[in-house]
Design a protein around this ligand. Structure first.
Ligand code: PMP
Length: 387
């Protein structure tokens, strides 16, 4: 029964059978009429999922880090200023990437588990007048969800392009790209978008496209250049083939199926379901005596839970949970990684998956010598699910 393990890390995630079937279909030409239709549908679905009316969607073979790279490479030129709202590991990554692109980077940080004060972000915007403000919507290393709408409004107020790392939020947390003034929203296919790993996705607002068009020098990386991909994305969405670099045919078809299922559920229903699911898992975790890394409940993401090991328990817990049939992840934030673990609950995760995860974590904690009652924790999670 080796294949019955439940995958509950913060991405990749368990996939719907229909998505896996699309992945396993015969590979067609990238100019096959059925593929053109699937690619076109996926692009317009991506625009809807990000609520990015008027923006240009891109779907490119690569992981979420490529989408991050595209945002940085296309919008920033050497010598320009950038402000990074830093909530952890992935904010550090975009900061490092901006530095490699020659930007002058100002990080506005907080202690791990917290989000920077909005006044500090505004002060950095006033002081450095940056071309871009980057926000990690959900930092997967801490489980912290930044107050995206308010931070983006600050960026707009001070004339910055707002770049959002939505790798661990798009498809599960509320994102209104156009209404909130988000110029680039980027993600990968493997988390709340419900597809296998391997696709970089992003949306670029008219202002982001204008910033790219106004560059004084071409984007150094040809593969990352909006200029190469814009005509391709427009052609596929218009139902005509075009070629720059071979699209990941099967992955795009799988993404087409998963995005259709997201839109069928409806974005607001989906956001509400993730909130309920997260609350139920955390009711179970609290009953087990666990505390979360996020400093305040409103900072806790709905896509994953980052939970501290209780006294006397260490990283061996992750292996013990796995022996009980559920795969969870260890810590990731460099300063704290030995002190907590992470459980993903996004996408196709079902109420029974939540119950199974609470039970497996509880049994593993008990086997690690932590005094807790896994049955009571399951009851707490179940009550929250049925509330
Ligand atoms: N940003 C965030 C918030 C992420 O969670 C991840 C992946 N865990 C990335 C960026 C990088 O994405 P990928 O691993 O697909 O390159």
């Amino acid at each position: 029964m080796t294949d019955r393990d439940l995958l509950m890390i913060p991405g990749p995630i368990e996939l719907e059978p229909a998505v896996l079937r699309a992945l396993g279909e015969k590979t067609t030409s990238h100019v096959d009429a059925r593929f053109i239709a699937a690619f076109g549908r996926a692009l317009s679905a991506l625009r809807q999922v990000a609520q990015a009316d008027g923006a240009q969607p891109f779907i490119i073979a690569g992981s979420g880090t490529l989408a991050m790279e595209m945002a940085v490479q296309n919008l920033v030129e050497p010598g320009e200023a950038a402000v990074v709202v830093n909530t952890g590991y992935f904010s550090d990554r975009i900061g490092a990437m901006l530095e490699r692109a020659g930007a002058h980077v100002t990080h506005v940080g907080a202690s791990p588990g917290d989000a920077p004060a909005e006044a500090d972000v505004e002060a950095a915007l006033v002081k450095t007048r940056p071309k871009v403000l980057t926000i990690t919507h959900v930092d997967t290393s801490t489980g912290v969800r930044a107050p995206l709408e308010r931070l983006a409004a600050l960026g707009k107020k001070h004339g910055a392009l707002v770049v959002v790392d939505a790798v661990c939020s798009l498809g599960a947390e509320e994102i209104r790209a156009t209404a909130w003034g988000l110029d680039v929203v980027f993600a990968g296919s493997q988390k709340a978008l419900g597809a296998p790993p391997g696709l970089a996705v992003l949306t670029a607002s008219p202002a982001a496209q204008a910033a790219h068009a106004a560059r004084t020098r071409p984007v150094a990386s040809m593969y990352a250049d909006f200029a190469e991909w814009l005509p391709i994305m427009r052609a596929y969405e218009a139902g005509t083939p075009s070629y720059f670099a071979t699209p990941a045919v099967n992955l795009v078809r799988a993404l087409d199926v998963s995005l259709a299922s997201l839109l069928e559920e409806g974005m607001s229903a989906r956001v509400a379901r993730h909130a309920r699911t997260a609350a139920a898992f955390r009711a179970g975790a609290t009953a087990l005596g666990l505390t979360g890394l996020p400093a305040r409940p409103e900072l806790a993401a709905h896509t994953l839970s980052a939970l501290r090991y209780p006294a006397g328990v260490d990283g061996a817990l992750v292996g013990r949970v796995r022996e009980r049939g559920v795969t969870v992840a260890g810590g990731l934030h460099p300063a704290l990684k030995a002190t907590y673990f992470r459980v993903g609950h996004m996408g196709a995760v079902s109420p029974s998956d939540i119950v199974a995860a609470v039970a497996a974590v509880g049994r593993a904690l008990a086997a690690s010598g932590h005094a807790c009652d896994p049955g009571a924790a399951v009851a707490a999670a179940t009550r929250a699910l049925d509330a």
